[in-house]
Design a protein around this ligand. Structure first.
Ligand code: URA
Length: 440
């Protein structure tokens, strides 16, 4: 156990902090500041922080506690200074979804319309993919930039997607890794403070949040997603960041491609003026919100997709980080098609099941240090609402290794009934809304 004796005169101790929250009390500002600072310095043991995270998950935190917790996490590290960037800065954060490649076309698109987009992204863990893993399938592309290079690229190209440096909200880095292995990820105060501490420390002037709701998201219910969105919008606003949230559906994967290189290919289709309708629609909806939040409400992102400006910025952004935007992407050695066993309509494609399948095919990782396959993934040949004939391909599995396909196949090819991952019906399903709500 960590020796806390040197701090015990200031605060009764971490055990008191844990007991306070365990018994449903509220943590004082001094307790929060001390806990985050001491944990960052390594003076609070992981088992103690795990107990506190579980107490927070079960008992919650009030608005003032969440605000103080977030401020303490920001103060645990450095804050980037983007004041040297002439254009207005605006970022987007998604709470994570299956096939969510929106950052890839959105970042250069919004930059092409006049804003600067500082996008610090992460790698995937579990069934949701990571933006950096996707971009790393582009030959030569590097995720790690120094703070100086990050700011230079933001000034020159207007668009950067890279890994957050170690100096940014280090308390969150430690705590998120701990939550991941202690069943404490799904606490709204902890998710909100984790996301917002990084975004506020990054120095962006405005922020648009894409809060996912549905089977493939952290938040399965609209009520929880709304509460998370409200909490994050209030935190951003309190720190002077113009913040807006869209609640968007994550019961079906976004687009047709789920994986790494396959999602880059789909993103490039969108930048070329094509791509699946839901990916285009969400990209444009988020771009309009970002441009309005950045003080550029008259910019026309649809025109920037059509006339090639967004594609030009994408190529410049990839090349600035060592990538070759024209290089062929890795292709999987093994593929397998799952076919419809009858005529009908696709009624549903379960986001979580497809995310788990892509992950098991090699596109995701089980532990932070695992490698990912650039080429593995899932292609949806039919999306909900589309018609099929018996024998038509529904889902394509891609992997580097045939054993992975053999492992995943039974889960997707067992049947197409109302409880299966891909559901077929005789009549077309009712259309669903992609944007469920907007919180400002
Ligand atoms: N993403 C984060 O950065 N933090 C969380 O807690 C959840 C998702």
């Amino acid at each position: 156990m960590t020796d806390l004796s040197s701090d015990s005169t200031k605060i009764a101790g971490v055990v008191d902090v844990i007991r306070t929250k365990r018994d449903g009390g509220r943590l004082s500002d001094a307790q929060i500041d001390w806990t985050i600072a001491a944990y960052t310095r390594g003076e609070i043991a992981d088992e103690q922080m795990s107990a506190l995270a579980m107490a927070i998950l079960l008992r919650g935190m009030d608005t003032a506690e969440i605000a103080r917790w977030t401020a303490a996490m920001i103060a645990s590290g450095e804050r980037l200074d983007l004041s040297g960037v002439a254009r207005p800065t605006v970022d987007k954060h998604s709470t994570g979804g299956v096939g969510d490649k929106i950052t890839l076309p959105l970042t250069p698109l919004v930059a092409a319309c006049g804003a600067a987009v500082p996008q610090l992204s992460g790698r995937g863990l579990g069934h949701t993919g990571g933006t950096l893993d996707k971009l790393e399938s582009i030959p030569g592309w590097r995720a790690d930039l120094t703070n100086a290079r990050f700011v230079d690229q933001l000034r020159d190209v207007g668009a950067v997607i890279c890994a957050a440096g170690d100096g940014l909200a280090p308390a969150d880095r430690k705590l998120y890794a701990l939550r991941d292995v202690t069943g404490t990820v799904e606490a709204i105060p902890l998710i909100a403070s984790s996301i917002m501490s990084k975004k506020i420390a990054e120095g962006t002037g405005a922020l648009v949040l894409d809060v996912k709701v549905g089977s493939g998201a952290f938040m399965a219910s609209v009520a929880d997603a709304r509460q998370l969105a409200r909490t994050m919008v209030d935190l951003g606003t309190a720190h002077g960041v113009r913040t807006v949230a869209l609640l968007t559906d994550m019961s079906t994967p976004l687009g047709r491609a789920v994986g790494n290189a396959v999602e880059v290919t789909e993103a490039v289709e969108v930048l070329a003026g094509g791509g699946p309708a839901d990916v285009v629609d969400l990209t444009l909806a988020l771009a309009r919100e970002m441009l309005a939040a950045a003080g550029l409400p008259d910019a026309d992102p649809a025109a920037a997709l059509r006339d090639g400006r967004a594609m030009d910025t994408w190529r410049a952004m990839i090349a600035a980080q060592g990538g070759n935007p024209h290089a062929p992407l890795p292709v999987a050695a093994e593929t397998e098609l799952v076919r419809a066993d009858r005529d009908g309509y696709v009624a549903a494609v379960d986001a979580r099941a497809i995310g788990v399948a892509a992950w098991r095919l090699g596109a995701g990782r089980a532990r932070k240090e695992d490698p990912v396959s650039a080429a593995a993934g899932v292609i949806l040949h039919r999306r909900p609402g589309e018609q099929v004939r018996a024998g038509d391909p529904l889902v394509e599995l891609r992997a580097d290794d045939p054993d992975r396909i053999a492992d995943v196949l039974p889960a997707l090819s067992g049947g197409f009934g109302p409880t299966d991952p891909v559901q077929l019906t005789d009549a077309p399903p009712a259309a669903t809304e992609l944007v469920v709500d907007r919180i400002a």
